[in-house]
Write a protein that binds this ligand. Sequence first.
Ligand code: SAM
Length: 328
Amino acid sequence: MSILTHTPVLLNEVIQALGVQPGGRYVDSTVGGGGHAAAILEHSSPGGQLLGIDADPEAIQAAQEKLRAYRNSVRLVNDNFINLEAICLKYNFQPVHGILLDLGLSSLQLSESGRGFSFRYDAPLDMRFSPHQERTAADIINRSSETELAHLIRTYGEETRYHQIAHRIVEQRPLQTTLELAQTIERATGGRRGKIHPATRTFQALRIAVNDELKHLELALEQAVNLLGFGGRLVVISYHSLEDRIVKQFTRRESLGRIRLINRKVITASPAEVQANPRSRSAKLRAAERIIPPVSYSRVTEELHFLVDNKEDGRGGPELWEKLSVTF
Ligand SMILES: C[S@@+](CC[C@H](N)C(=O)[O-])C[C@H]1O[C@@H](n2cnc3c(N)ncnc32)[C@H](O)[C@@H]1O
């Protein structure tokens, strides 16, 4: 067992935004080392239940260890959160009072997994959250065309020197390890300028591509709202602007219908937390509450479909609005 632990980010803010209550039913879609999950279980006791999901089997093991005291109230599932709805359905775990997505990777994955997430530790270029995924970072680095690499580094890394980096990678490959790649990037960019290591953005881009993170996030958000009961809360912590943009756009769009935003402004870590846990520096928390009960929402949708399909029925207008206002 590792002596290093993952310190959960914005812990009090998560508990508050989720509105954790005794007896509640919660899903931690990125259970990781179980830090947030333990606090959710503590605050939802007595009677609280938690379903924890993680794509990484090692994270599930760590969470099992951490949550041992709550084992009768916890179910841990080693799966991707793109299957959120199917998992909850399978375990009859819905509607839920709160769903958490704490995106990205844990400190343990970064420093100890040997899976090449960080350019600070020498390891094979893997970067898969789950060993069941097929494509590794080495596959992308060594098999993509220069144009594809440049596009990926630019789009997912928001790296301005994408052209030089992709060119140098293609010149130097095959590349198999994190240090080989980091050195190649350093040479391509003329070394370190400013606080950020020149490989930071390219490593982020690769990790996003290997795990298809942005598409998976969109799919999970949609399913999360479907699973919430009336008054249920969705809380998402993101760590870079691409993720945060997706969460922001999704919650804005949904706030015209099923949810209301709990915090208009994004929540970030206090200076004290950033000092104690530098990982929290880039964290952005957004939270929303479901304001339409799942059942009546589907009834309204059915009703609207019926009206569209049966215009000659003559219903609609004031009658429909009456129905809608009763349902809301
Ligand atoms: C920041 S860590 C979560 C840490 C956790 N909140 C804690 O307190 O220990 C993010 C976790 O999400 C997992 N993860 C990332 N993308 C995932 C996905 N698409 N499906 C399931 N798990 C995912 C990672 O494996 C990692 O363990």
